[in-house]
Design a protein around this ligand. Structure first.
Ligand code: TPP
Length: 945
């Protein structure tokens, strides 16, 4: 820096103002000063004032000059000339500021985060001696600390520099400067630098921490010895995760949470079950023994598959200083990270009071914790999808603690092959989350990281990430030889004393306890485990108590479910659904459409959207909460729903369904973000934790539901068999061939049918608004909860013939099979059976006209297959010769392959079965509308003639 002509505070302030307005308008030297790490200074006048004050004296207390002929300076800056500027100090201050900024921004690059001792890359900006001007020790001592606005103690830069280095480049490191919220950045800097959350532990706390680490290590090592080579996915190398969870739960309870919902994969899960959820040792030991006594796993009386021990969920109650707290570990599949949105949904359900009309959400009552693998976090898309939910009105949970259990490897894949970013956590930067990296061998620093994270979460209600950097002592699992692929790392790990050993040594050296006492902590655990194991062995041969399943729900029972609703009630609710308060302007075009709903009850023509609204409203007055989400669901993709109205004058939103006079339950409705996997997972989690509610998710078009395939395969259809976990989650999937190409036609009915077994789910495809009304109500009221998959229509939403009358809703029930009305059964020789929209193509076709030997039947429920009703229908045509199954979908898709055997079983002797539909196809439908029409016509003709 050279030739800053002179200074006074008025001049400097004016320059600053000018700089803020237009950086290009101030002299280069000043711009450099303002920009060289002095952004904080620039933004805050007190810092500037102090700088000016400092620079106005030459070190001997003499005032220094102001410009005589300021080139780009404001005209009023006319202080008397004075001797000279302390250029060295001025430059030093700028460099010091740059240095502080560098520590905050890049300090992590020089931090000692790897317990295995790899060298940090460092960064030139962190080296005081390499800056220009050089920050020599003398110069450092001349720069007062207060001008730097740091929070570490010290008078001058020379004092604060080591503290900054220790803070930002020690065994903890921080990435916070990417956060766009100024208040959050400022808070974090102060919290980190002041050491507020890194207060030294008391001797008692240290001993307790050592005891905990001994328990963790003792447990893992006992399992390793007793069940040599069995998979346990040991936590060793990241042992401190357990005390970190202890600390998190303790703080969560202190902040008023009644429940913590935890999601994690295999690594360390058994240790978490025992130590964090309080599962008795015996229950885990039994699982290991179970693999030896095959009988235990081969004899589930209900034909369930069960699951491996490191997938099972559990619930435990833990005492804390602030009272008891429930800790729930969500069951999860192998599919890494798939459980993330499920945990969020579960938590959200716990946080929601569904007895109020809009659902009162209080995020303080439950807290989600997600533990991620370092390979999975950056690479599984569902992570990003889930992070994107965090701040959305319909999804937020008040901040998730993300803990990356970073063992610096994914199975056999090194980070260099596993991600394109420096850190595993980098994705979180894009979500503006603070990231705390911490060395897993510094147990106290790890606890401090939790305290900081929790304080931040409490203050700002947002997610926080802790990247816990450790290692993996035993390879991917205990059957694996890590040295095949990571020989050097494996050898290094063999030399690494455990965190327990390191911490014990440190405490013994400090005199906090003796070596004997430290050893005693270890042997105590092993004794306890041995005893538990002996106790367990003594019970072998006795009946095995059920462990791990969270409340089995009986399948469909005999209870009569009344889905019809009195006409008076429907009239009243219909009026209320159409009512808007004084002064609310409904869009005039929409108002006309809605007006039709007013007369439809008396004149007929209740369409899909209206029937759906009425179904929801009737449930609300019966005390059943409803939650409906999906892409553009408030209006409805096909503009058919309109449960949320927007004032044409001011845009204000209004959902009349949320203020029904007699409603005693919540109606939540939210447009979802453009995600399938996370959104379906979220709703699944919500529905599991809210078994009394009707939770529905709607796809934009059914085709897109395959973006949520993991949630479907791994949770929705198999959760019951694996974990005894089910729900009444309802998927609304627009389906039907209307000439919109391969991707706006099929909700892949065949997939759901293939996944249906043991009455795990229900699948329906209805053809009238009333059927949909009764179906939704039945789904909510049926005592046995099961997920429901509905192929919902597009064209039928407005089709006159698909509309219903008031009597259709106030009488009757859902009919799984419907015979064609107005047909004389005696004459029928061919029954064309179909499902969904193609029914109207068939009955409306010219070939149908006058063919009194033909009837078209509808299968409205595809699973569980209505065996009796289908047989009854077929037998009701005494002259039947042929049954044709007609479908729009190709032969390898749709319902055909799943129900063919059912149809064959239903056929009387001598009646033929024939298929009419698209031929085997790799893509669901034609791309050209004309090709579609031609093909549709062929299918219908072949069925009818
Ligand atoms: C979606 C998915 N793909 C692949 C796998 C197979 N798999 C199991 S563990 C693992 C490595 C995971 O590494 P990381 O996330 O770092 O966790 P770690 O096992 O190291 O704790 C892989 C690839 C899986 N379980 N899930």
């Amino acid at each position: 820096m050279h030739d800053v002509d002179g200074l006074n505070s008025g001049y400097a302030s004016a320059l600053l103002e000018q700089y803020l307005e237009n950086p290009e308008g101030v002299p280069r030297e000043w711009r450099a000063l303002f920009e060289s790490g002095a952004s904080e200074l620039v933004a805050t006048h007190p810092g500037l004032a102090r700088l000016v004050e400092l620079l106005q004296t030459d070190g001997n207390g003499h005032a220094v000059s102001a410009p005589t002929t300021p080139t780009a300076a404001p005209a009023e800056a006319t202080a008397p000339p004075a001797p000279s500027v302390d250029h060295e100090l001025l430059g030093g201050v700028a460099a010091a500021m740059a240095l502080v900024k560098a520590y905050r921004t890049h300090g992590h690059l020089a931090a000692r985060l790897d317990p295995l001792g790899s060298e940090p890359v460092g960064d030139p900006s962190l080296e005081a001696e390499r800056l220009e001007p050089k920050l020599t020790p003398e110069l450092q001592r001349r720069i007062p600390a207060d001008i730097l606005r740091v929070h570490v103690p010290g008078e001058t830069l020379a004092d604060v520099l080591p503290a900054l280095r220790e803070t930002y480049c020690g065994t903890s490191a921080y990435e916070i400067e990417h956060i766009s919220d100024h208040e959050q950045r400022v808070w974090l800097r102060a919290a980190i630098e002041s050491g507020r959350y890194r207060q030294p532990l008391s001797v008692e706390e240290r001993k307790r921490l050592l005891e905990r680490l001994s328990e963790v290590e003792g447990f893992e090592r006992y399992l390793g010895r007793a069940f040599l080579g069995q998979k346990q996915f040991s936590i060793e190398g990241l042992d401190v995760m357990v005390p970190m969870l202890d600390e998190t739960i303790e703080i969560a309870a202190e902040e008023g949470a009644h429940e913590v919902v935890l999601g994690m994969a295999h690594r360390g899960r058994l240790s978490v079950l025992v130590h964090v959820l309080g599962r008795p040792y015996e229950s885990i030991l039994r699982e290991f023994e179970g693999e030896r006594t095959l009988e235990a796993i081969a004899s589930d009386p209900e034909g369930n598959t069960g699951d491996v021990k490191y997938h099972l969920g559990a619930e435990g109650t833990r005492p804390t200083a602030s009272g008891e707290i429930t800790v729930t570990l969500a069951s999860n599949p192998s599919h890494l990270e798939a459980v993330d949105p499920v945990v969020e949904g579960r938590t959200r359900a716990e946080q929601t009071d569904r007895s109020t009309r809009t659902g009162y959400h209080d995020s303080s009552v439950a807290m989600p914790i997600l533990i991620h693998g370092d390979a999975a976090f950056p690479a599984q898309g569902v992570v990003a999808e889930s992070l994107n939910l965090a701040d959305l009105g319909g999804y937020s949970t008040g901040g998730t603690l993300h803990l990356i259990s970073n063992n610096q490897i994914g199975f056999t894949t090194d980070p260099a092959d596993g991600r394109s970013t420096r850190y595993s956590s980098d994705l979180a930067k894009g979500f503006d989350l603070p990231i705390i990296h911490v060395n897993a061998d510094d147990a106290e620093a790890a606890l401090a990281a939790v305290r900081l994270a929790m304080a931040f979460r409490r203050r700002f209600c947002t997610d926080v990430v802790i990247d816990l950097v450790g290692y993996r002592r035993h390879g991917h699992n205990e059957q694996d030889e890590a040295a095949y692929t990571q020989p050097l790392m494996t050898a290094r790990i063999e030399r690494q004393p455990s965190v327990r050993e390191q911490y014990a040594t440190a405490l013994v050296e400090e005199g906090a306890l003796s070596q004997e006492e430290a050893d005693e902590l270890v042997s105590r655990v092993s004794t306890k485990l041995k005893e538990a194991h002996e106790r367990l062995k003594a019970t072998f041969g006795q009946a095995v108590p059920a462990v791990g399943y969270e409340g089995r729900i009986p399948a469909t029972g005999d209870a009569e479910i009344v889905t019809a609703v009195s006409a008076d009630r429907l009239r009243q609710l219909n009026e209320e659904l159409l009512a808007v308060p004084e002064g609310f302007t409904v869009n005039p075009k929409l108002a006309k459409q809605l007006e039709k709903r007013r007369t439809a009850l008396d004149e007929g023509g209740i369409d899909w959207g209206q029937a759906e609204g009425l179904a929801f409203a009737t449930l609300l007055v019966e005390g059943i909460p409803v939650r409906l989400t999906g892409q553009d669901t408030e209006r409805g993709t096909f503009s058919h729903r309109h449960l949320v109205l927007h004032d044409a004058q001011n845009g204000q939103a209004l959902a009349p369904i949320q203020s029904l006079t007699d409603s005693i339950a919540s109606f939540e409705i939210h447009n979802s973000p453009l995600s399938e996997e996370a959104c379906v997972g979220f709703e699944y989690g919500y529905s599991v934790a809210a078994p009394e509610a009707l939770v529905a998710w709607e796809a934009q078009f059914g085709d897109f539901v395959n973006g949520a395939q993991v949630a479907i395969d791994q949770f929705i259809v198999s959760g019951l068999s694996k974990w005894g976990q089910t729900s009444r989650l309802t998927l609304l999937l627009p389906h039907g061939y209307e000439g919109n190409g391969p991707e706006h036609s099929s909700a892949r009915l065949e997939r759901f049918l293939q996944l249906a077994a043991q009455e795990n789910i229900r699948i329906a495809n209805c053809t009238t608004a009333a059927q949909y009304f009764h179906l939704l109500r039945r789904q909510a009221l049926e005592p046995g909860a099961r997920p429901l998959i509905v192929m919902t229509p597009k064209g039928l939403l407005r089709l006159k013939q698909a509309a219903s009358t008031l009597a259709d809703l106030s009488e009757g029930a859902f009919r799984p099979v419907i015979a064609e009305p107005g047909v004389s059964h005696e004459q029928v020789r061919r029954l064309v059976l179909c499902s969904g929209k193609v029914y109207y193509d068939l009955v409306g076709h010219e070939a149908r006209r006058g063919a009194d030997w033909l009837a078209v039947g509808r299968l409205e429920q595809l699973y569980p297959f209505p065996v009796a009703a289908a047989a009854e229908l077929v037998r009701s045509y005494p002259a039947l010769e042929e049954l044709v199954w007609a479908q729009e979908e190709p032969q390898n898709m749709g319902a055909w392959r799943a129900i063919r055997h059912r149809l064959e079983e239903a056929l009387p002797e001598g009646v033929r079965l024939r298929f009419s539909g698209r031929p085997w196809r790799a893509s669901p439908s034609e791309g050209y509308p004309t090709a579609h029409l031609k093909e549709q016509d062929r299918i219908v003709r072949e069925a009818l003639s």
